[in-house]
Design a protein. Structure first.
Length: 286
């Protein structure tokens, strides 16, 4: 069970003065149950890659490029069915809200499934609870909600379809710390409770370090690194070369390690730092 991208190239406005190649020979596989972070500077090809996962962008005709979902090659004929498996949430999904109430917005994708009223309500409630919304908010207008609540409603409208793979493009952008924490916690919960593969693009190294168990690094339309947070964030110099950084807490412990070698520099989250400092206070090496 996986989404495989094979030999994908993508050029916008080919054979014009504005021609721009966004992806060069991309090969990557996302397995069900993974929680993957994708990082890269603006223009590195992150969003273009994501939009191939569920057919928002199709591989060029007469090319070797393929998108394969659970063994099935994505085509224009099956793209509607594939999108039930691969849910996509845009960077500002709240701009897509249009129904009269929160309930109707979340339930919109279910209308073609011919569910009973009870089945529909059960699915909507489950999706709402998963993203941290209470039942009493369902009859409110989406225009009466805060930015963070709108973001949750939009995401609930995607996960209500129970996708096996969920793509989140900058899901915490513009949110306050509490809203950001809720969104990241929901992504973890979705993976843990449903086994959903979650792919998150973010400019925040802290967010990616907090949530991902695998990180893909993009630069100029190519995948330049792919590994665990430890493997990626231990390469500070290489990340700096392509305009990226390590989490601030990692940078702090790298500098501490230079002065006090017994302090570990393999610290990527605040939780990691607490464990290291607690070990030191207990008299052990960290």
């Amino acid at each position: 069970m996986s989404v495989k991208i094979e030999n994908i190239n993508c050029t916008y406005m080919p054979k014009t003065p504005f021609e721009k190649t966004a992806l060069y020979d991309i090969n990557v596989e996302i397995k069900k149950g993974e929680l993957v972070g994708i990082i890269g500077h603006t223009g590195s090809g992150k969003s273009t890659l994501l939009q191939h996962f569920n057919g928002l962008i199709m591989p060029p005709k007469n090319s070797d490029g393929k998108v394969i979902i659970d063994g099935e090659v994505l085509t224009k004929k099956n793209v509607r069915e594939i999108r039930k498996k691969v849910g996509y949430v845009f960077q500002y999904p709240e701009y897509q809200l249009f129904e009269e109430t929160v309930y109707k917005d979340i339930a919109f994708g279910l209308k073609k499934l011919k569910l009973t009223e009870e089945e529909e309500r059960s699915a909507v409630l489950k999706a709402a609870v998963t993203v941290g919304l209470s039942e009493d908010i369902l009859e409110k207008s989406v225009y009466d909600l805060s930015g963070g609540q709108k973001r949750r409603v939009a995401i609930a409208g995607v996960i209500v379809m129970n996708p096996d793979y969920l793509i989140l493009d900058e899901p915490a952008a513009g949110l306050d710390p509490a809203g950001k924490f809720d969104i990241l916690s929901f992504a973890k919960k979705l993976r843990e409770e449903r086994g959903t593969a979650v792919v998150i693009v973010s400019h925040s190294m802290e967010d990616i370090a907090e949530i991902a168990d695998r990180i893909i690094v993009m630069n100029d339309g190519r995948i330049v690194m792919d590994g665990s947070p430890c493997e990626i964030f231990s390469k500070k110099e290489k990340l700096n070369e392509i305009g990226l950084s390590v989490p601030e807490i990692t940078d702090l412990f790298i500098r501490l390690n230079a002065e006090f070698p017994w302090i570990s520099k393999e610290v990527y989250t605040v939780e990691d730092s607490v464990k290291v400092l607690a070990s030191l206070l207990d008299g052990g090496d960290a």
